[in-house]
Ligand binder design. Structure first.
Ligand SMILES: Cc1cc2nc3c(=O)[nH]c(=O)nc-3n(C[C@H](O)[C@H](O)[C@H](O)COP(=O)(O)OP(=O)(O)OC[C@H]3O[C@@H](n4cnc5c(N)ncnc54)[C@H](O)[C@@H]3O)c2cc1C
Length: 358
C-alpha cells in the first residue's frame, strides 16, 4: 500500500560506485532531475563505492587502472597514495560537479512489486516508489569463502581479502594464500616481504599474461562473461576470463619462487593443510583471496534468478523484469564496463519509460 509521504520517481539507482555514478550521470544528461525524477541511494557512509574499503597498501599505482567516470577525468593522482583515498575524493568531486545528490547512508533492504506496475524500494530510511530500477550494488559486502574439510579445526587465523588491512598483520607468520586472482597475487607479493613462509594454493594453474592487458584482451574477456549471463549462468571469476597480467614486481617475485603454486589442498588440519599425496604445510594464517559474489539479496522478492543460479540479462536489462537493469554484474563488472553499460541502461530505460503501460 502506497503512502502519500513515500516519494515517487521514475528511476531509483541503488549503489553509488563506478556503475551507479555512471548511470546517474547519463540520467542527468538525458534530462532527468535529481530528487524529482531519479534518486541515487547508497549504503556506504562516504563517496567511493567499494574503493573506500580497500586496504591502505593498495596504492593507486598498484591497481590495474580505474577507468575515468564519464565527463570528468581523474587527473594527477599520486601513485603512492592509497587508492581508497584517491578514488573516494574523485567520486566525491564527481557527485558535486554533476549535482547527483546521493542519499547516504541508505541501505536498500528489499525491492518488491508495488502499486500499479511500480516497484516498491524499501530502505533503512523509508520507501521510494519507482517505475524503474538500476541496480549497481557491486560485490564487496559478499566475500566468498569456500568450505574445506577440517576448516573449523584450524587453530590459526582465517581471513579474507575483504578484511585484509596490509602485510603487517602477517609479520613472522607462515601464511597460506588461497586464490588465483589479482588480489591473491598482490597479497602474496606484500606478505612474502614480512612472513616466515608463504604458500600459494589455487584450484586451476594460473595463466600469466605476458604483455599489457590491452583493449582487445578486455573486449574478449567481456564477451566471454556476456555469453554466460545471456543464458542465465552466474558470471565467472574475473581472472578466469582475463588471466593474470604479468607486472615487473610479479616477475621479480616469480624469480624468487614466491609465485610457485600448489593445487588445492585436500583438507585443513589444526596446524595447516594436507594434500592428497600426504604433503603437509604448517600455517599460522590462511588468507582466502577467493573473491566475492554479486550483492543482490534485496532483489530476491522479484524472482529474477534462473535455474542456472544467475540472472539472465539482455544487455543490462533483466529478462524476467524489464523494469530492472543490472550494472556492475557480469560483463559490466569492471570500471570500463560500468561506464559503458551505464549509458546503455539509461538509453534503454528512457525509451521504455516513454511507452505508456497497458
Ligand atoms: C581488490 C580489488 C581491486 C580491484 N581493482 C580494479 C581495477 O584496478 N580496475 C577495475 O576496473 N576493476 C577493479 N576491481 C573491480 C572493481 O571492484 C569494479 O570494477 C568496480 O569498482 C565496481 O564498481 P561497482 O559500481 O559495480 O561496485 P561498488 O564499487 O562495489 O559500488 C557498489 C555500491 O553499492 C552500494 N550498495 C551495495 N548494496 C547496497 C544496498 N543494498 N543498498 C544501498 N547501497 C548498496 C555500496 O555501498 C557501494 O557504494 C577491483 C576489485 C577488487 C576487489
Amino acid at each position: 500500500m502506497e503512502h502519500a509521504t513515500e516519494p515517487n520517481v521514475d528511476v531509483v539507482v541503488v549503489g553509488a560506485g563506478q556503475a551507479g555514478l555512471s548511470a546517474a550521470y547519463h540520467l542527468r544528461r538525458a534530462g532527468y532531475r535529481p530528487e524529482r525524477d531519479f534518486v541515487v541511494l547508497d549504503r556506504a557512509p562516504r563517496a567511493g563505492g567499494a574503493w573506500q574499503y580497500r586496504w591502505p597498501s593498495l596504492t593507486f599505482g598498484r591497481v590495474h587502472g580505474v577507468h575515468d567516470l564519464p565527463g570528468m577525468p581523474l587527473r594527477g593522482a599520486a601513485p603512492e597514495r592509497p587508492s581508497s583515498e584517491v578514488v573516494g575524493e574523485y567520486f566525491e568531486e564527481y557527485e558535486l560537479a554533476h549535482d547527483l545528490r546521493v542519499h547516504r547512508p541508505v541501505a536498500v533492504t528489499a525491492v518488491r512489486e508495488g502499486d500499479g506496475d511500480r516497484l516498491r524500494v524499501e530502505t533503512s530510511e523509508g520507501v521510494w516508489n519507482t517505475w524503474a530500477l538500476i541496480n549497481a550494488t557491486g560485490t564487496w559486502a559478499r566475500p566468498f569463502l569456500p568450505r574445506y574439510p577440517g576448516q573449523r579445526s584450524f587453530r590459526g587465523r582465517q581471513t579474507h581479502t575483504a578484511w585484509y588491512r596490509g602485510p603487517q598483520d602477517f609479520a613472522g607468520e607462515r601464511v597460506i594464500v588461497v586464490g588465483g586472482g589479482t588480489s591473491a597475487v598482490q597479497h602474496l607479493l606484500e606478505i612474502a616481504e614480512v612472513a616466515t613462509a608463504t604458500t600459494w594454493v589455487t584450484r586451476r594453474p594460473p595463466v600469466f599474461l605476458e604483455g599489457p592487458f590491452d583493449e582487445r584482451r578486455g573486449r574478449e574477456a567481456v564477451a566471454r562473461v556476456a555469453e554466460r549471463v545471456r543464458v542465465g549462468l552466474p558470471p565467472q571469476s574475473v581472472v578466469s576470463v582475463t588471466g593474470l597480467p604479468m607486472t615487473e614486481a610479479m616477475q621479480r617475485a616469480r624469480e624468487r619462487g614466491v609465485l610457485r603454486r600448489l593445487p588445492m589442498f585436500d583438507r585443513i588440519t589444526p596446524d595447516g593443510a594436507v594434500w592428497a599425496d600426504g604433503h603437509t604445510v604448517a600455517a599460522d594464517s590462511i588468507l582466502w583471496a577467493t573473491g566475492f559474489r554479486a550483492d543482490l539479496g534485496h532483489l530476491s522478492p522479484l524472482g529474477l534468478r534462473e535455474h542456472g543460479g544467475g540472472i539472465r540479462l539482455d544487455g543490462t536489462r533483466a529478462v524476467r523484469d524489464p523494469r530492472v537493469h543490472l550494472l556492475g554484474y557480469g560483463p559490466s563488472a569492471s570500471t570500463v564496463g560500468a561506464n559503458r553499460f551505464g549509458r546503455t541502461a539509461v538509453n534503454e530505460l528512457r525509451e521504455w519509460l516513454l511507452v505508456p503501460s497497458a
